[in-house]
Design a protein around this ligand. Structure first.
Ligand code: PMP
Length: 333
């Protein structure tokens, strides 16, 4: 690849005891944000490395959430108008949007009826122009995580990049793919600070991969892709911990699933490894409207493949869940 990364003023300077900074055309007058941020988010990456056990050279941190990493992956690996990607369906909508923005055609492969991974069909959907296979685990909106062995099998048999979006992995008891970074060379794992970390407003996401791949991320990203305020705020929240809400959300999810299964309009509550439940109901559009009238907004996923008459309900606080469940139980068509 001939890509030369933009060399920032801060990149060219290494070490030394500098007290006068006249290299970056910044304002010299301190106001908390007059200096450019660290373009490589070194401190943050070291902290993330320590938290995950993945080497810092294998970490990318994106300033527009993991959505930034999704876009960068298309830009690194796919030639517009020529290459294609394969993704499971139904799944997170941004893979398709980012593919279209980058003029990459997307081949969607339906999950099996029971939402399990169609390993053979995914592999056979790929041809010599397929550069990336997208797997979301736990999957949005179906909620289930796929067996690690099946994803590794796909990575072994596919001559391209396999991305596993683990945005919801902290809510799953199943084994994740993070431990395979460094072992499976063509694997990229995405994580986000938006869900279990509770920082969706900050817009910060992570990609983990072999250092060679992460080096390409560094070439393609915008030089200062995360503001100094966000870097500092992230460090502050990381030091504080996630607020310990993961066990609470998991227990609320399981309680809510059991309660909803008893509602007369609910046909099925799908098992969830995430912080949401996919629920099949008798008339999703009507229930959706009724919930809105009562001040509750959920996601109507009925128009997604394999998801007719389903609502995706995020797990809220105990009070919010109680109110939502009681509304659904009292819904008569
Ligand atoms: N991946 C999945 C599966 C998601 O559901 C979402 C957000 N809904 C994201 C990634 C994007 O997260 P971020 O806020 O980090 O951009």
């Amino acid at each position: 690849m001939e890509l030369e990364p933009y060399s920032t003023a801060r990149d060219e300077f290494q070490g030394g005891d500098i007290s006068i900074w006249l290299d970056a055309n910044e304002s010299p007058y301190p106001n908390g944000v007059n200096r450019y941020p660290d373009p490589h988010q070194k401190k943050l990456k070291e902290r993330v490395a320590a938290l995950t056990g993945v080497a810092a050279e294998s970490v990318f941190i994106g300033g527009a959430g993991s959505d930034e990493a999704i876009d960068i992956i298309f830009r690194i690996f796919c030639t517009p108008g020529k290459d294609n990607a394969v993704a499971i369906a139904p799944s997170y909508g941004v893979y398709k949007v980012a593919a279209a923005v980058n003029d990459v055609s997307m081949r969607e492969v339906l999950l099996n009826e029971d939402f399990s991974l169609p390993v053979e069909r995914l592999l056979s959907a790929a041809d010599s122009h397929t550069k990336v296979i997208w797997i979301c685990s736990p999957n949005n909106p179906t909620g289930n995580a796929f067996p690690k062995e099946e994803i590794i099998e796909i990575a072994r048999k596919f001559n391209g990049i396999v991305v596993v979006d683990e945005a919801y992995a902290d809510f799953s008891g199943k084994e994740t793919l993070l431990g395979e970074i460094g072992k499976v060379k063509n694997l990229i794992v995405l994580r986000t600070f938006s869900k279990a970390w509770g920082m969706a407003g900050l817009r910060a996401g992570m990609a983990f991969a072999d250092p060679e791949i992460i080096e390409y991320f560094g070439r393609v990203k915008y030089p200062y892709n995360m503001s100094s305020m966000v870097q500092e705020e992230l460090m502050r929240h990381i030091e504080k911990g996630t607020g310990g809400h993961i066990p609470e959300i998991i227990s609320e999810r399981d309680k809510m699933a059991a309660e909803l299964a008893n509602a007369s309009c609910v046909e099925k509550v799908y098992p969830s490894d995430a912080n949401f439940l996919l629920v099949k109901v008798s008339d999703a559009d009507a229930l959706y409207d009724y919930l809105i009238i009562n001040g509750v907004i959920v996601r109507n996923r009925s128009r997604m493949p394999l998801c007719a008459d389903t609502l995706r309900i995020t797990v809220g606080t105990p009070d919010e869940n109680l109110r939502t469940v009681s509304l659904i139980k009292n819904f008569y068509e």
